[in-house]
Write a protein that binds this ligand. Structure first.
Ligand SMILES: CC(C)(COP(=O)(O)OP(=O)(O)OC[C@H]1O[C@@H](n2cnc3c(N)ncnc32)[C@H](O)[C@@H]1OP(=O)(O)O)[C@@H](O)C(=O)NCCC(=O)NCCS
Length: 154
């Protein structure tokens, strides 16, 4: 659980290139198989509206990134919060902000993949109304994934 207690000092905004070092720092602390900085830069250039950060006291402490697919869904690629700031609602805040951007683009569905062994993320998504559609074998180097989706109308 986190040690940070002043959530009123935290807000969500679009990511910028200047944030990429901090985003990459969070990434390295959060995943065994992190995205590269080049991958983040590519996502920022291609889908700037869907690349959001949460900032507390001028420090970037979490991000969410995704794309709009050719089928017209929002595809959430990755979300992470700095370990010292977890368990305070910031993951949920980022997820809701991401969904709001999708709705503002008239997109009605969010899809994502999550490792079947990532209980914290599964809890986060289930709490926010996502359901498991199917299992994708060997999606990650070390585990299967669930494909999850949320209908934003409901
Ligand atoms: C997943 C992650 C983004 C959640 O961020 P967070 O800021 O801690 O999330 P929140 O504080 O908004 O918590 C929302 C819900 O997640 C679940 N959750 C959070 N921390 C948890 C923990 N330690 N154990 C179990 N469930 C937990 C709970 O359901 C929680 O709701 P609750 O507080 O009402 O119980 C964060 O843990 C993280 O960065 N993990 C590493 C990266 C990762 O796995 N990303 C997901 C990739 S698909």
């Amino acid at each position: 659980m986190g040690t940070y207690d002043n959530l009123s000092a935290c807000s969500v905004r679009r990511a910028s290139r200047k944030d990429l070092n901090e985003i990459q720092g969070i990434e390295l602390k959060s995943f065994n198989y992190p995205y590269s900085k080049l991958m983040f830069l590519t996502l920022l250039v291609m889908f700037p509206e869907l690349f959001l950060v949460v900032v507390c006291d001028n420090k970037v402490v979490g991000y969410v990134t995704g794309a709009i697919t050719k089928e017209g869904y929002c595809h959430l690629f990755s979300i992470a919060v700095d370990p010292s700031y977890r368990g305070k609602g910031l993951g949920g805040k980022l997820l809701r902000a991401f969904e709001e951007v999708c709705l503002s683009k008239k997109v009605k569905k969010v899809i994502l993949e999550v490792s079947v062994i990532n209980e914290v993320a599964l809890n986060l998504y289930k709490k926010h109304g996502y359901r498991v559609v199917k299992t994708i074998p060997n999606y990650y180097p070390d585990s299967d994934a669930y494909l999850m989706e949320k209908d934003l109308n409901s």
